[in-house]
Design a protein. Structure first.
Length: 142
């Protein structure tokens, strides 16, 4: 078994990290309004030009956020644990047959599609794991 994370998983974890950091700053500064807290956060912490809307401000902070390696590893482990438990307890597969594969690295962002009309010599892409847990069952067939 091997747990897989997607670019969407990375973005959600970055979003949570940014929201927690801004909320902590807002509380420390005693600012009630999120928009005012973001303006102040950009002045004090980011020191970059403030985008026009609150959503654009949050998007920029998420882009600047590093990949959260610790939370991604925890997410992969939780997915692996839940899948192993389900396969063993619900599906009745002996735990000895469920082998853990080497940990997969976080999924890289998907590349941009080629320009319209550009010919591609690459083989067709297989479908992405998209946050699913992939597993293999070893041993004799049933």
């Amino acid at each position: 078994m091997s747990s897989v994370t997607s670019p969407a998983d990375v973005e959600v974890l970055k979003e949570r990290a940014v929201a927690a950091r801004v909320e902590k700053f807002r509380q420390e500064q005693g600012i009630a309004d999120l928009a005012a807290a973001l303006r102040r956060y950009y002045q004090v912490i980011v020191k970059a030009q403030l985008p026009m809307s609150v959503e654009e401000q949050l998007v920029l902070l998420r882009k600047r956020e590093p990949v959260p390696a610790g939370p991604l590893a925890e997410l992969r482990q939780r997915r692996l644990d839940v899948t192993r438990e389900r396969l063993a307890k619900v599906e009745g597969i002996p735990e000895a047959r469920l082998q853990v594969l080497a940990e997969s690295p976080p999924a890289a962002p998907e590349p941009a599609p080629p320009p319209a009309g550009a010919a591609s010599a690459a083989a067709p892409e297989s479908s992405s794991a998209g946050g699913r847990v992939e597993f293999g069952i070893t041993g004799e067939s049933d």
